[in-house]
Design a protein around this ligand. Structure first.
Ligand SMILES: CC(C)(COP(=O)(O)OP(=O)(O)OC[C@H]1O[C@@H](n2cnc3c(N)ncnc32)[C@H](O)[C@@H]1OP(=O)(O)O)[C@@H](O)C(=O)NCCC(=O)NCCS
Length: 149
């Protein structure tokens, strides 16, 4: 299903395909330049198995943002949910509504598939959480504990 979303300058939201993998890795590389990315071709391919749960934002024929999602059944004792796994907007295009447009497409698709809850896991200090809070996400039921050995 093709959807178009007009943001400032003709940004189009569309499903991602395998041809987008190099651009996804390029955006991820720009975002995580100072840290180590856990994203690779194999991982992206895994998420791409779900048509319409992987959305891209395109401007002038170039990918400028992506969001990879999944729907998973019972885990951690929790019911089935939509998961937003990995997302990124090109640093030069951030804070212009691209992330919000990707999220809208993803949530529409989750709703179409009968999903009642959307979950995101991130480090508690990750700036990405400010984005999700701004979009109405609240603290979920999960809390991780750990011990260094
Ligand atoms: C988080 C991210 C996906 C959001 O996409 P975006 O296109 O920049 O976000 P939007 O413009 O749609 O923002 C929607 C709202 O979210 C909030 N928001 C987005 N990014 C934010 C940030 N970095 N800090 C605080 N609030 C933020 C704002 O309220 C914003 O609305 P506003 O600009 O009207 O105030 C994108 O900025 C990104 O990829 N950031 C990089 C994340 C990162 O550095 N990760 C490193 C470890 S992997």
């Amino acid at each position: 299903m093709e959807r178009s979303l007009e943001i400032n300058d003709n940004v189009r939201i569309r499903p991602l395909s395998k041809e987008d993998i190099p651009s996804i890795l390029e955006i991820d590389g720009k975002i995580t330049a100072a840290s180590r990315s856990s994203l690779d071709r194999e991982k992206i391919n895994y998420y791409l198995r779900n048509p319409n749960l992987c959305w891209g934002a395109e401007a002038s024929g170039c990918l400028i943002g992506f969001m990879l999602g999944d729907i998973r059944g019972w885990e951690f004792g929790l019911s089935e949910a939509g998961w937003i796994e990995i997302l990124g907007v090109d640093p030069s295009r951030q804070r212009k509504g691209v992330g919000r447009a990707l999220l809208t497409a993803m949530i529409d698709e989750f709703k179409n598939r009968g999903v009642k809850t959307v979950r995101v896991v991130a480090r508690w200090y990750d700036p990405i959480l400010s984005f999700f809070r701004a979009e109405g996400f609240e603290h979920g039921e999960l809390l991780s504990v750990q011990k260094d050995l």
